[in-house]
Structure formats: C-alpha cells, structure tokens
Design a protein around this ligand. Structure first.
Ligand SMILES: O=c1[nH]c(=O)c2[nH]c(=O)[nH]c2[nH]1
Length: 326
C-alpha cells in the first residue's frame, strides 16, 4: 500500500482580525441578470485572516529549539493588520495577494506562505433624512449568514513568486426550496427504507469554491473579470428556483455549469453540499397546500463535485440542440 501523506512543517496565526474603514470601493463588475449586485462600498472591510508559513529553514526550530529564524506569530499578526492600512485594492483576494508577496519580500527564510481570509459581513442599514430613505453611510449591521472567503498560497522559486493555490469561496449558504424537488429511482434493496419522493422540500447547505484561469483576474484590479461571492449566491438561488431538482447531485452540477457559462474567466467550480431536508410532521392541513415539517435528525448526507469547463461546454451544447429541435 502506498503511503501518500505530506510531511508537515509549518506554523502561523489564526483569527487575525483587521477592520478597515474606507477601503476603495469595488465598482465596475460585470452585472448579470440573476443578481442585483453592482459592487461593494467597502466603507467597512472586515477580515478574519489565517496565515501559514513553511520552509526548511524552520526545521531546526522544531528539532533544536533554534529560534534564530523564527518570525513570531505575534509579528505576523501585526504585519497583516498594518498591511490592511497600506492596501490600495478593493477585494479580499487582492489584499491576501498583496500581503503574501510583501511577506515573502520581507522574510527570505520563508519559502511559502498561505493566507486565508473570511470577509466578515456588515450590511448597510437604511436611514431616513428629510423624508428620503437611503442606505446609511455610517451604520452597519453585522450579519452572520453565509460568508465569502479567499485563499492564496504563494511559493518562492529561484527567480520569482509562484501562485500555487488560488481559490475564492462562498461558505455555508443555506437554501430551502419548499417544493419542486424529487428523489427517486435510487437503488432499492434489503437496506432501503427511504420511500421514493416525487415532491419534497429540499434544504441544502452549500460551500462553493471557484478558481480563475488566470490568477491575477481574481484580485479585482480588473473589476470586469472579478466574480463576487454575492453573484455566485444569487446565481445558485436562481438556478435552484428554476430547476425541477432530481437530486442534490444534479442540482449542483447544473449550478456549476451556469456559473462557468456566465463567467468564462473561471477554470472550475467545486461544490460541497449537505442535505438538511426537513422531516414531514403534518401532511394534510384542510383547505391548504401547507404542511408542517421539523428539523431532520442526524446523520446528514453530503456531495462533492468539481464542474469543469468541459462539463459546461457539453451542457451548453446539449441545451442548444434541445432548443433547435423545438
Ligand atoms: O439529493 C439526494 N441525493 C442523495 O444521494 C440522497 N440520498 C438520500 O437518502 N437522500 C438523497 N437526496
């Protein structure tokens, strides 16, 4: 049996919080019909960052207790927070790229650095002034719903810095569709107790990760190429609404294809989904199509799938031939 685990040699700092006011706003993104998203004011840019650094130079800090090359994780925290003050871009992806590169510039002994940042969500509240209601430029509500996240890993090579991982994510989007979902035709054998269902409510949790063909297009410097987590969220919800779902497997595939045809600058999109569909309690409410449900008991099911450009192209060709046959 082959053993295929990487040997670990790294250290870093988690939960580095940095709240920046009046970062440059993100404007000029490509607008799509499924989303009202036009940009982010960035009046508040709130980040929770994790930094991980690696390099053979740190081996002796583990084996000998030799701290002579060790950058204290406390200093890493300061580095991240102060660089949010000098950052001139508009996105988390851009901030992490900027900080990772300046970090490698500063510390020769570090051979690779990975930064992961959650963009903490603060929503603009309404205000009324002289009978006119508009978005407050001062008051925000912290929102603990789905979150956007970015990850970048940059490696030092002999001549340059190489981006070895770049990913943008939307985490923990929880969507319920109250009807228009079936699940049937699955294996029936002596272990099967689940009935076929032609119309179930479907409650799913989604993590969605997308990767650009060209890493630099993730940064937001060319806003027309930037894909915002808000747009991915709205696309996913719109497809869910429009699709008579056969399974979560099929739903995430269709969402992935739509994401890739809408944003051709993306290389692939990966889904982690969970099934949290409610249990039925009251089926027959007189004179109503309503029902009563409750939280399902554990365990829960999950799906993992990466949709590629080839998948999206095949799906688009299938749709076009179906349309021309009509
Ligand atoms: O969308 C679903 N996919 C499954 O694989 C599955 N399995 C299950 O019990 N319910 C569901 N639902």
């Amino acid at each position: 049996m082959s053993k295929n685990h990487h040997k670990a040699l790294a250290y870093g700092k988690g939960s580095v919080l940095a709240y920046r006011t009046y970062l440059s706003s993100l404007t000029g993104v490509k607008e799509i019909s499924e989303s009202s998203f036009q940009g982010r004011s960035n009046i508040l840019f709130a980040a929770n960052v994790e930094v991980t650094v690696a390099g053979e130079a740190f081996r002796s800090s583990f084996s000998e207790g030799d701290n002579s090359l060790v950058v204290a994780t406390d200093s890493m925290k300061n580095f991240i927070q102060r660089h949010l003050g000098t950052f001139e871009g508009t996105t988390m992806e851009g901030f992490l790229d900027y900080t990772a590169r300046t970090f490698l510039d500063k510390y020769d002994q570090i051979s690779s650095v990975e930064l992961k940042g959650d963009l903490l969500s603060f929503e603009q509240m309404d205000r009324t002034k002289a009978e006119e209601r508009s978005a407050s430029q001062l008051v925000f509500k912290q929102s603990n719903n789905e979150q956007s996240q970015a990850t970048i890993q940059i490696q030092r090579t002999d001549s340059e810095y190489e981006v070895t991982k770049q990913q943008s994510s939307l985490k923990d989007l929880q969507l319920i569709k109250v009807q228009g979902n079936s699940f049937s035709g699955f294996v029936r054998d002596e272990y099967t107790t689940l009935p076929e269902d032609s119309n179930r409510p479907l409650f799913i949790y989604l993590n969605i990760h997308w990767t650009y063909e060209h890493d630099h297009e993730a940064l937001g410097d060319q806003p027309l190429k930037y894909v915002a987590a808000e747009q991915i969220r709205d696309l996913a919800a719109s497809i869910f609404d429009q699709t008579e779902t056969k399974s979560i497997q099929h739903l995430i595939y269709v969402i992935g294809c739509k994401v890739l045809t809408t944003f051709p600058q993306l290389l692939h999109v990966t889904f982690e989904s969970q099934n949290h569909t409610w249990d039925l309690i009251v089926d027959d409410i007189p004179n109503s199509e309503g029902k009563v449900y409750t939280e399902p008991r554990p365990p829960y099911g999950f799906q993992l799938f990466t949709v590629t450009r080839e998948d999206a192209a095949r799906e688009q060709a299938k749709q076009q031939s179906a349309e021309s046959a009509q």
